[in-house]
Design a protein around this ligand. Structure first.
Ligand code: API
Length: 269
C-alpha cells in the first residue's frame, strides 16, 4: 500500500492509499502513526462508486472526523496528477468537495456552504451563533468570551482578538475544545483582523492541538469575519505555516480555499 506524507501550509498528513488494500486502523494505531509520521491527521483514500475517491479522516488523537480542508487540497493534488483531469471530486462524511489547480502550483478546493444553525455546529442549546455564551477565565474579566461559531462540516469557534500573539493558545485551546457548549467538541480559532482583506489566524484543532495551519479553520474565520462585516468576503489568511486565500462566494454561498501543497515523501508499506 502506497503512503504519502504531505502538508498543506504546514498542516501535516499521512495519506494511505486504501483503494485496493483494506486499511481500518484502531484508535491506538492511528495515534501511533500520527506520532511516528508527525501528522496532525491520518487520511485513507477509499474507492467510491460515484466520486473520484472517498476520503476518510482521523485526528491525531484517533477520533474520526468529517472534514479536513488542507488534507482535501493534498488529496486533490494527488488525484489531479493521477487522473490528468482538471477537476476531481472527493466524497467525505460531510459533503462532496471539488478540487482543481490554481495559479503558481496552488490547489483550490470548493469546501461547500457554511452551516450556521445551532444544531448544525452543534451547540448544546439554541444560542446566537454570531457570539455564543462562552467565557474562559474570571467571570468578571474573562480572558476570552463570546466566540463566533460556524460549521464547515466540522465545528469551529472563532475568537476575534487584538493580537493573536497575546494568547497562550496551548493553555486556552483545550479549555474551549471540550467546553460543555460544544457536545462534539470544537476547533478553536484565534483571529486578528489586519485589514478588510487580511486575517492573521492560529488554530487549536480538536483532536490535534495547535497546528501550523487549519483549512476549515481558515474558512470558518473568514465566514465569521465577513458575516460580522469585519472583512470582505475574500481575504488572505496568514497562518503559522503559510497563507491561504479564502473566498465565500456570494453567488453560490460556497467557500473556496486556495493554498500550497507539499509532498514530503512517499513510500510503500
Ligand atoms: N481537527 C479538525 C479536523 C481537521 C481540520 C484541519 N486540519 C483542516 O485542515 O480543516 C476537526 O476535528 O474537526
Amino acid at each position: 500500500m502506497k503512503v504519502w506524507k504531505m502538508n498543506g501550509a504546514g498542516n501535516a498528513f499521512a495519506i494511505f492509499d486504501a483503494r485496493s488494500t483494506s486499511f481500518v486502523p484502531s484508535t491506538d494505531q492511528v495515534r501511533q502513526i500520527a506520532k511516528d509520521m508527525k501528522a496532525d491527521q491520518i487520511v485513507a483514500l477509499e474507492r467510491d462508486v460515484a466520486r473520484d475517491v472517498f476520503m476518510r479522516i482521523w485526528n491525531a488523537d484517533g477520533t474520526e472526523v468529517s472534514a479536513c480542508g488542507n488534507a482535501t487540497r493534498c488529496v486533490g493534488k494527488l488525484l489531479l496528477a493521477e487522473t490528468g483531469k482538471d477537476r476531481v471530486t472527493i466524497q467525505t462524511e460531510a459533503d462532496v468537495l471539488k478540487a482543481f489547480s490554481a495559479d503558481n502550483g496552488l490547489i483550490t478546493v470548493d469546501m461547500g456552504s457554511p452551516l450556521m444553525g445551532w444544531e448544525d455546529i452543534p451547540l448544546s442549546e439554541k444560542m446566537d451563533v454570531r457570539g455564543v455564551d462562552v467565557k474562559i477565565g474570571p467571570i468578571d474579566n474573562p480572558w476570552l468570551a463570546r466566540p463566533a461559531v460556524v460549521s464547515m462540516g466540522n465545528p469551529h469557534a472563532v475568537f476575534f482578538v487584538k493580537n493573536v500573539d497575546d494568547y497562550d493558545i496551548r493553555a486556552l485551546g483545550p479549555l474551549v475544545e471540550w467546553h460543555p457548549t460544544f457536545p462534539e467538541g470544537v476547533n478553536v480559532g484565534f483571529a486578528q483582523v489586519i485589514d478588510r482583506q487580511t486575517i492573521r489566524l492560529r488554530v487549536w484543532e480538536r483532536g490535534a492541538g495547535l497546528t501550523k495551519a487549519c483549512g476549515t479553520g481558515a474558512c470558518a474565520a473568514l465566514v465569521c469575519a465577513a458575516r460580522a462585516k469585519l472583512t470582505d468576503r475574500t481575504a488572505k489568511l496568514i497562518l503559522d505555516g503559510g497563507e491561504l486565500t479564502i473566498e465565500w462566494r456570494e453567488t453560490d454561498d460556497r467557500v473556496y480555499m486556495t493554498g500550497p501543497v507539499e509532498l514530503e515523501f512517499e513510500t510503500e508499506i
